[in-house]
Design a binder for this molecule. Structure first.
Ligand SMILES: Nc1ncnc2c1ncn2[C@@H]1O[C@H](COP(=O)(O)OP(=O)(O)OP(=O)(O)O)[C@@H](O)[C@H]1O
Length: 354
């Protein structure tokens, strides 16, 4: 690694401001920058990409050129692009992963929030995706695990229906949508059909999502659970007893029973139910469902999200309403939910008082 003279140092400093768009760390920290020399106002930079055919290669190359050419005294760049050797890549993966196995269990600094519902179709995935984007828009580092094996609608709602994670060694880099790092079972099945896996396979898959997917340091990790009280909810209850849980329900009174049950199952695993989100309020679903579930679980209703054509259209188009022009009451309610979550802080979730 040759780097000589103040101009070469300035080029290195400029390169330290270029991020790998997938790993979201400076390329200099990822061992992607080799020799740097400057001669006759021309900077020679050796770049090592993590994998052949790296999907972010164009972007990295463009950012590197721009950063280097902005250094006073540099007029041209001679960029030599190579690929890491398997040994270099293994060393990087080991370093990034550290010794941590499953970084989101008890003791984590990341706030883990699971979103559940009693039955399907109440808008749980929509609420989860919009909430994730609203939190990311506030500047938080947000990850989203779509664990809804029967639906996996999150990638579509976020506008990345066909995105696939990049694999570096045995590390999986999640695609990023609207600032949210997203991983979904739908990214690993061929024809997007719902998965009919049972307990052990689901358990392993969830564990892998939480361990092998490189999210980096997150402020918040959201999990979109399948509706009901099945294997995934129980598995995640075991893996993440420290998680906080939001229960999404419609205002329909008849939905209250099943919604309450998913909250109770979460609580049995040690998770903390922090509130209820009533979705599709003011529609044809009657009223009182959210209050009823909240009363039975002894938690507050954190948001009431009105039925909104904009929300449905935004979900179809992959354009979250929380990033819209602010004219939609449902968007306000969803942003209010993000505010309520942040204002609530981490509380005592997952910490024993005894
Ligand atoms: N507040 C809302 N106003 C209007 N439409 C909504 C609202 N919330 C969700 N929807 C729409 O309702 C449908 C179901 O939403 P979604 O897929 O999020 O439900 P879900 O509870 O996650 O279902 P499942 O668990 O079965 O995947 C979608 O078409 C979505 O766009």
């Amino acid at each position: 690694m040759t780097s000589s003279g103040p101009l070469a140092d300035a080029v290195r400093a400029a390169l330290a401001r270029v991020q790998d768009p997938e790993i979201r760390r400076p390329i200099t920290e990822l061992d992607m920058v080799g020799a740097v020399e400057v001669a006759d106002a021309t900077a020679r930079v050796a770049l090592r990409l993590t994998i052949v055919g790296c999907p972010a290669a164009d972007r990295i190359e463009r950012d590197v050129r721009q950063a280097v050419l902005a250094v006073p005294g540099v007029e041209a760049i001679d960029l030599e692009i190579g690929v890491m050797t398997p040994a270099e890549r293994d060393a990087l993966v080991t370093r990034l992963r550290g010794e941590r196995r499953m970084p989101f269990g008890p003791g984590t600094l990341t706030r883990v929030v699971a979103i559940t519902s009693g039955k399907g179709g109440v808008g749980k995935s929509t609420v989860t995706a919009e909430l994730a984007v609203a939190l990311a828009a506030r500047g938080l580092a947000v990850g989203l695990v779509d664990a809804d094996v029967f639906g996996f609608s999150i990638p579509g709602i976020l506008g990345i229906p066909d995105a696939k994670p990049t694999q570096v060694g045995d590390m999986i880099l999640p695609p990023v949508a609207h600032g949210v790092k997203v991983i979904s079972i739908g990214m690993f099945v061929e024809d997007r059909t719902p998965v009919s896996w049972r307990g052990p396979l689901l358990h392993r898959t969830m564990q892998q999502f939480l361990t092998d997917v490189y999210f980096g340091d997150l402020d918040v990790l959201l999990l979109d659970l399948p509706p009901g009280t099945g294997d995934v909810a129980i598995t995640l209850g075991q893996l993440l007893p420290n998680a906080e849980v939001l229960v999404v329900t419609t205002p329909q009174a008849a939905a209250a029973d099943v919604a309450e049950r998913s909250g109770l199952v979460a609580r049995q695993t040690g998770q903390t139910v922090i509130g209820v989100v009533e979705n599709m309020a003011g529609g044809v679903f009657g009223s009182g469902g959210g209050d009823e579930v909240a009363r039975r679980l002894e938690v507050p209703v954190l948001a009431r999200i009105p039925l909104s054509g904009a929300v449905a259209a935004g979900g179809d188009a992959g354009a979250p309403v929380v990033l819209g022009d602010g004219s939609d009451p449902a968007a306000d309610a969803l942003i209010g939910l993000a505010d309520a979550l942040v204002a609530r802080g981490r509380g005592l979730a997952g910490r024993s008082l005894l």
